[in-house]
Structure formats: C-alpha cells, structure tokens
Design a protein around this ligand. Structure first.
Ligand code: ZN
Length: 353
C-alpha cells in the first residue's frame, strides 16, 4: 500500500542499505537463516503429540507447542497453570495429565492478549474441582470489556503484588507498570528460580514487531532492568521454543539500548543538511515538489528515513546475531523513533524553535 501512496518514499529508503527490510514480506522472500544466530541454541524438540516439556525441578515445568509457552507448577494442593495459548489449547491438559494425577486448581493470566490466553476457558470453566483464576486488575478490566467467552474475567485481581501460596509452592506475582500491555505481570517461582514475563524478552531473537507491539514503550524498556533485579536461573518469555536464562535478558537489553542510542542519533542528525538522506529540509523540499501541500507525505518520508538510518546502524552490530533483525528490525527502529519523539522529547529539528 505504501508503494502506491508514496512512490518517492521507496527511492529514498533504498538509498540506505540493501538489507533494509521496509516492504511487504512476501511468501517467496528469503530471510537470513536462523542457524548462526543466538536463536539456534534455543530450539526444543516436540513429541509425537505436538508439544515439548522442560522440567526445572520441584514440580515446575514449561509446556510448549514450539511457538508459545505455558508455565505449570505442581503443588500438593493442585496444579497452577500460567497462560493457555489457544494454539497449545487442550494439549496443555493432556501434557499435565501425563505429568501428574493432581488436578488443576489455579489459573493465572500473564496479561490479556488472546494469543496467550485464548485457551483460558479450558481451565476457568473446569468444574471438578473448580479453578481459581487470577490476573492484574487492568487485565480484568480489559477482559470485562472484551466479553470473550474464551477469556473469562478472573475472580482474584491485584494491583501491585500478590503471593499465591498453593500447597507446598509459592508464586510471587508483581506488576512492574504499563508496558507491553496494561496489566502484564512478572511471575516468579523463588524455590525453582524461574522468572516469567510474557512478550518481554525473546531469547535469541529480536522482539516481535514494533517493539513487541507494546502499548507504552518506556515501560517496556524499563522492564528489562526490573527483571534483572530478580535472582533467577530460568527465564520464560512466553515465546520462541525452549526456556531462556539471565544472559538472554541482558543481550536484549543491550540490543534495545543500542536501538535507543542509534535512533536518538539519527533524529539529531536529521536536522543537519550534511546528511541529505535524513535531513528534514532536503527531504521536505523533494517530497513537497512531488506532492504539493501534502504534509503527511512529507512527514512519513522524513520519519521513515530517520528510522532507516537507525535500522542500518543497529544492523551493523546485530544482523546475524539476533534472529529476525532483517524481518522486524525496521519496525523496531520506526517504533523507537516515534517513542523518542513523543515520550522522551527527542524531537531533533522539530524541537523548541
Ligand atoms: Zn501480548
């Protein structure tokens, strides 16, 4: 669609780099291979029933369908389940049944999104025994608005912290603030030293597009440090195969910091005619010549040129290290540029005159 609306944009963007991934990713496109990136170390094999299980000791498990993760803790009083991605769905019940005869008694929503919680009803509607459902209060508000029978409104909600004591197990739930979602919580199993925060860290990969589709980018960035304040060995991000570790969190924090710095530099550079590929004056003149009075065209080309410079700089270090920088890296640069302008007051040539 962009090609039709803004023909001059394409020429500008492709001056940047042959690696710039700024268009529609077609089915016949070839992307950089996973082998050789950090992601290659994090694969998990699935059994013939289509799921994989990791055991962290003391009754803590991760169940995955290869793309999504569910955290399961078996206690003397019942099983605790965190998230039920619809793609794993009833396989979670089957997998738990193969681990223990103890019934599920608690279900925790990590956050509201249906790709992680769309199978919640499988547990929430269980009658023998009944299951207690828990979430952050913002998640409960979102689910009340959604009226989705697959994601029933939870019975127990909290704002800051909630300790779930289930038989011989404890899970510490806490809310670090709005980031990826309005009520995305940290789940910590202190005995097993397992830490979970969904859609925050993508071990070995760059995040899902637009900085994990986060509602509030500064909160999502800050969560990296909030996670590293915990004492943990295993990290579960809800995605991307096997369990991760502390290093994965540190690596993504470094990537995001680089992206932040490179995008800030690009915004500052965009006020100087010395770099005509991002200079707002040079770009505006050319776009308005082709599209008289079209201010949105002028601004769209300018912002994407800034994002492209940031993307290319970030790729120099990270392409081939974190998987999918070639796929989602440009979307991250674009989202970061927007957040720097609106949330951090780094406006470059559009600052106070
Ligand atoms: Zn999400």
């Amino acid at each position: 669609m962009k090609l039709l609306l803004f023909p001059s944009l394409v020429a500008l963007l492709f001056q940047g780099s042959a690696n710039a991934c700024t268009g529609f990713a077609g089915v016949h496109d070839h992307f950089l291979p996973i082998n050789g990136t950090f992601a290659a170390n994090n694969q998990i094999s699935l059994n013939s029933d289509g799921y994989g299980v990791s055991h962290f000791g003391s009754g803590a498990y991760m169940i995955t369908d290869g793309a999504y993760q569910t955290f399961v803790v078996v206690s003397t009083e019942g099983v605790v389940v965190v998230d039920a991605p619809p793609t794993t769905g009833h396989k979670i019940q089957w997998a738990i049944g193969n681990l223990t005869s103890i019934p599920v008694r608690w279900f925790i929503y990590s956050h509201s999104h249906s790709d992680h919680a769309g199978g919640a009803y499988i547990f929430a509607n269980q009658s023998h025994p009944q299951v207690t459902t828990i979430s952050h209060e913002n998640t409960a508000s979102q689910l009340a608005t959604a009226k989705d029978p697959h994601r029933p409104v939870p019975q127990i909600t909290f704002n800051d912290r909630y300790n779930l004591v289930a038989g011989n197990q404890t899970l510490e739930l806490s809310f670090p603030g709005i980031g990826h979602d309005l009520g995305n919580i940290i789940i910590y199993a202190p005995k097993q030293r397992v830490l979970m925060m969904v859609d925050q860290i993508y071990a070995g990969w760059v995040p899902f597009w637009n900085l994990a589709a986060s509602l509030y980018v500064p909160g999502w960035i800050q969560a990296h440090d909030q996670l590293l304040a915990y004492d943990f060995d295993v990290y579960l991000g809800g995605h991307m195969g096997g369990p991760a570790n502390r290093t994965a969190v540190e690596v993504q924090r470094e990537y995001v910091q680089d992206l932040f710095d490179n995008c800030a530099d690009a915004l500052l550079e965009s006020g100087s005619p010395e770099n005509p590929t991002v200079d707002i004056g040079t770009i505006s003149k050319e776009v308005l010549e082709n599209n008289p009075s079209n201010i949105w065209a002028q601004f769209a080309v300018y912002l994407d040129a800034v994002a492209d410079l940031c993307y290319n700089k970030t790729s120099e270090k990270w392409l081939g290290k974190l998987a999918a920088q070639d796929i989602f890296g440009f979307s991250h640069a674009r989202t970061m540029v927007s957040s720097l302008r609106l949330d951090y007051d780094i406006l470059g040539p559009n600052g106070v005159q």
